[in-house]
Design a protein around this ligand. Structure first.
Ligand SMILES: [Zn+2]
Length: 381
């Protein structure tokens, strides 16, 4: 079956100096608008709360604040207008998520964040893509580089929007397109996955996916970071070091991204039901010895990747409640070993005598629970 999906294609772009200036200005504007609307809204929120009528943000009142801002700060009128509209739509979304209890209260955006962006909504002819260049309204033509496959996709697809990102000193355009994919054939096989810290993942068939070896990248990153700390801020040598530092950060990120893409693709190709545990992000953050922050964020990205690929390719993704005792339960007889601490990697069930590898046992339980949930879902619908 053919399915219509939205997909973001990330391509590197090469703005010249003057265009870099315009891009940075737009990034700055987007941040300025976000921060100012948020500040205004916080003020109103407190005021209304004081009077006992909580103010829910919506497109209308945020838009009113944007109009006010533009009157106060004429420089905003020179920027790309759809991207300004986009900022308050994003902010509105962030508030909606907050009020639904799905995410934290929207935060101010910092200039120091190494990742900065702004988005341009497709509106008539404001975005055009040729073989080598992207034309953006009020910004101009900018060269880009990508694979043959992406180039072909860009030519034949409808564009929704373009996000310009500045990440570790490089510029990218994430071009969001409407495209179609063929659902993958069913294999009749299902899989449970235990995401871990020791291994990247353990599968219910016993397969272990080991963590990437990033020692070299990490060593280079920390080497240049230390060098940056010693050098004079923004001096010539500092900038040279910064370039190297960014290079290694990007190498590390790309390596992780590629590995995640490969692994998630392998899963959706080979399995019909893919069951995973909800990540206990909060708990993982608290356990500092076990998980550096970034690794946890990485796992979250991986989980999302598997989830959307399942959607695209017609496979079933099932998330198991994180309170389900996947590690403690014997997958053969159901006995629950409540004194299983994190350091115990293997154990023997006192009831049925099965010897368990901790993570494989967990993955099998996750698979069984996933299949049970899937059956329940198919009965009720
Ligand atoms: Zn047992």
């Amino acid at each position: 079956m053919v399915k219509s999906i939205n997909k973001g294609l990330k391509v590197e772009i090469f703005p010249d100096k003057s265009m870099e200036h315009v891009l940075n200005q737009n990034i700055g504007n987007a941040r300025f608008i976000w921060n100012n609307i948020l500040a205004q809204y916080n003020y109103l929120y407190k005021l209304f709360n004081f009077h006992g009528h909580p103010l829910n943000p919506n497109i209308n009142n945020l838009n009113a604040i944007l109009k006010m801002l533009k009157q106060e700060h004429p420089f905003l009128r020179q920027g790309e207008s759809t991207s300004q509209q986009q900022v308050f739509r994003d902010l509105n979304k962030a508030f909606t998520r907050f009020f639904k209890g799905k995410s934290a209260y929207p935060k101010f955006k910092s200039k120091k964040n190494p990742k900065q962006s702004f988005r341009i909504q497709k509106n008539g002819n404001n975005i055009r893509i040729t073989n080598r260049r992207i034309r953006l309204a009020k910004i101009g033509f900018v060269h880009y580089r990508t694979s043959k496959k992406y180039r072909k996709l860009l030519k034949t697809s409808k564009i929704n929007n373009v996000t310009i990102k500045k990440e570790n000193g490089k510029y990218y355009a994430v071009i969001n397109i409407k495209t179609s994919v063929y659902e993958l054939e069913h294999s009749g096989e299902n899989i449970g996955i235990d995401l871990g810290l020791k291994n990247l993942a353990t599968l219910s068939n016993g397969q272990e996916i080991i963590n990437l070896d990033l020692k070299y990248e990490d060593r280079m990153i920390s080497k240049y970071q230390k060098k940056l700390n010693r050098q004079k801020y923004m001096s010539k040598n500092y900038q040279k070091t910064l370039e190297k530092y960014h290079k290694w950060l990007n190498r590390k990120n790309n390596k992780i991204q590629n590995a995640y893409h490969q692994f998630s693709k392998y899963l959706v190709k080979n399995y019909d039901i893919i069951a995973m545990e909800n990540l206990n992000i909060k708990g993982m953050f608290q356990n500092k010895k076990w998980s550096p922050k970034l690794q946890t964020i990485g796992l979250y990205k991986l989980l999302n990747m598997i989830k959307y690929k399942c959607e695209w390719y017609g496979k079933t993704f099932i998330q198991i409640d994180r309170f389900y005792p996947s590690s403690k339960k014997c997958n053969i007889c159901g006995y629950q070993k409540n004194d299983l601490t994190l350091d115990i990697r293997e154990w023997t069930c006192p009831i049925c005598n099965t010897h368990h590898q901790r993570d494989i046992n967990a993955a099998i339980n996750i698979l069984n629970e996933g299949i049970r949930i899937q059956k329940e879902n198919t009965v009720t619908t």
